[in-house]
Design a protein around this ligand. Structure first.
Ligand SMILES: [Zn+2]
Length: 276
């Protein structure tokens, strides 16, 4: 009897798909929630149809709508690229709702996220360490989104976490809230710092590169390092920034434009921290 019929092949593929989806749901239930959670209940903001808010998040969305055009201009001007596709900004009414779209079991109150082509803002953006950081949060997430639109998923993942987070913080004025610079310096000089990767890893994990420091400390240190790099030669940095957004290799472009390797730049950075 011939088993290799179109019908049998179809049944096998169907069973394999069901099996894979079931495994995915079992291993990553949060991702499944993120992929399937409806956005139909979001309400369009009257001033800007690209900004949508959940019931009870109107006040938050008013603030986001007010600042949105300014944030957009700042990011385009400083990141030297324009957005390639339309996107929405979803303003959530609770941290829980925001995290469900994110699909990760996050221990710290993440203020916003750039995900699957859109931006999500959590209520914690409006009250973070006692500060209203919605402007900074919006700009930070727009920076991530612009990189993602320029590069696509895989090339974006090849940019190390320290760079896209540190650069987003540098542009947005976010990052490391509540952490004193001298504290971050002491951490760096005693070896308690993030892993200074030369390249991102497509399947790499964020906690691994954080290397045991807190999320806020990671942002503080990454922002300090990126600020140091920019200030060392802002013109060369701009060329490097354009090169990597055109898909060129991160560490190679860095070496070519900044005239040193990333690890040498890190050494230079830590040496000047030590001499201050
Ligand atoms: Zn970020």
């Amino acid at each position: 009897m011939k088993w290799f019929t179109t019908k049998n092949v179809f049944m096998i593929l169907l069973l394999m798909t069901i099996l894979l989806v079931t495994l995915f749901i079992m291993v990553r239930p949060n991702y499944w929630t993120a992929l399937t959670k409806s956005k139909d209940h979001f309400i369009e903001h009257s001033n800007n149809s690209r900004i949508l808010y959940e019931p009870n998040a109107k006040e938050y969305s008013d603030k986001i709508a007010d600042y949105f055009p300014i944030a957009l201009n700042i990011i385009k001007e400083k990141q030297l690229k324009t957005f390639l596709k339309p996107f929405n900004v979803y303003v959530c009414n609770s941290q829980k709702s925001h995290n469900e779209y994110l699909g990760e079991n996050i221990q710290f109150p993440i203020r916003g996220t750039s995900l699957r082509g859109d931006v999500y803002i959590a209520p914690s953006a409006f009250n973070f360490e006692g500060l209203d950081t919605h402007k900074e949060t919006l700009k930070h997430e727009l920076s991530h989104l612009l990189f993602r639109q320029q590069l696509g998923f895989f090339k974006y993942r090849k940019i190390p976490h320290w760079f896209h987070e540190g650069f987003g913080d540098y542009l947005a004025g976010s990052g490391g809230e509540g952490i004193k610079e001298e504290n971050a310096i002491n951490f760096i000089l005693s070896g308690k710092h993030f892993i200074v990767q030369e390249e991102g890893e497509i399947f790499g994990s964020f906690p691994k590169v954080m290397n045991g420091i807190s999320y806020r400390m990671f942002h503080k240190q990454a922002k300090m390092f990126v600020t140091f790099i920019v200030n060392s030669d802002s013109l060369s940095f701009n060329t490097f920034l354009q090169n990597i957004q055109e898909g060129n290799n991160f560490s190679k472009s860095f070496q070519e434009e900044m005239n040193m390797s990333i690890s040498d730049m890190w050494t230079k950075f830590t040496n000047q921290l030590d001499s201050n």
